[in-house]
Ligand binder design. Structure first.
Ligand code: MTE
Length: 321
């Protein structure tokens, strides 16, 4: 089933979609049988009746093993678009919504290179057509101990990876994001080494929970949220989710990632959400869900342990934090 996204670069009735409107559209999509939510290896919030109906219409059976905790309420789209980390556009959470408007997200290409049989440069519009888009509700948990629940839209990164045929010595995937001093005022500050680079081990990148994200809340991504394409592994801290990707490289050795280079004792390569491994300057045991007053207990692997714990069997998660 195809989920079509409204392109945010085309004129919109308002900058921000009121939640009620968004929910209305979502319900309409579901009733029309267009919302492909669920699927064999798909993590989703509990299904509302209309979504369950849509899944039956689409011939998709929800796999109860992958249904998440039952009280997950989506964050307001306004929270997602106004409380952001995108250091290329400034250090404050409110900087990216202001400054990222200057970033041109079309035309945009993603170059795929390194240890692959089929290196290529793909236009982002071709990415939209490459695989059926799915909506998946995942928690975004950030290292500073805040979280949101977002309906991401994209497709499993594994679909793209299979297409480019990685060679046997491709052990990691590196994501390089845009660094354009003309539109990114944050590049003047050496807070991080630019471009912002992130990475995943090959099995993490191939895991069905890892999404190549092209949208959220039924629309293409807003610039401050990493338009036109970002990556998302929901069991990891948010900084692993590189925004506005321009290059994907398949490499033999562990990529040198931006935050790890800046503070190796504070930010590890794996960065799996782990309440038992504190950040040296703060506890990771609890988190503040944006929009809520009281704090919640943080869950190991952000609550996705059943799906991903096997990837780290035998590894000391304190050492490989
Ligand atoms: N990607 C780039 N290119 N630059 C950044 O500064 N910040 C990361 C990540 N991706 C960042 C980035 C951090 S620290 C977090 S928590 C998430 O994006 C935040 O995503 P959001 O602002 O869409 O919620």
């Amino acid at each position: 089933m195809l989920l079509r996204l409204r392109d945010r670069s085309s004129p919109a009735p308002s900058e921000i979609t009121p939640e009620a409107l968004y929910r209305g559209r979502r319900q309409w999509l579901a009733q029309a049988g267009l919302l492909a939510l669920g699927g064999a290896a798909l993590a989703s919030a509990p299904l509302r009746r209309s979504e369950a109906q849509a899944m039956r219409l689409a011939g998709v059976t929800p796999n109860p093993r992958h249904v998440l905790a039952s009280d997950e309420k989506l964050n307001k789209v306004e929270d997602f678009r106004s409380y952001c980390n995108f250091y290329e556009f400034g250090m404050d959470k409110s900087d990216p919504p202001v400054h990222a408007k200057a970033m041109k997200v079309r035309p945009w290409t993603v170059t795929i290179e390194g240890e692959v049989n089929k290196p290529q440069t793909i236009d982002v519009d071709a990415l939209h057509r490459m695989a059926p888009l799915e909506e998946r509700v995942y928690r975004l948990r950030c290292v500073e101990a805040w979280s949101m629940v977002i309906p991401w839209v994209g497709f499993p990164l594994s679909e793209l990876i299979r297409r480019v045929e990685p060679r046997g010595n491709a052990k990691y995937v590196e994501f390089v994001t845009l660094a354009d001093p003309k539109v990114m005022p944050g590049l003047r500050y050496r807070s991080l080494e630019w471009p912002y680079v992130e990475g995943l081990r090959m099995d993490e990148a191939m895991h069905p929970l890892t999404l190549l994200v092209l949208g959220a809340y039924g629309e293409t991504l807003a610039p401050q949220n990493g338009a036109p394409v970002r990556v998302m592994s929901p069991w990891k801290y948010g900084f692993k989710s590189g925004k506005s990707i321009v290059k994907i490289r398949f490499v033999e050795s562990q990529p040198k990632t931006a935050w790890h280079k800046a503070a190796p004792g504070e930010y590890g390569f794996y960065s799996n959400v782990n309440p038992d491994v504190d950040h040296p300057r703060w506890s990771q045991k609890t988190e503040r869900r944006i929009g809520e007053f009281s704090r919640r207990k943080t869950l190991l692997f952000n609550g996705y342990g059943e799906q991903v714990a096997h990837l780290y069997a035998g590894m000391d998660l304190r050492k490989f934090f």
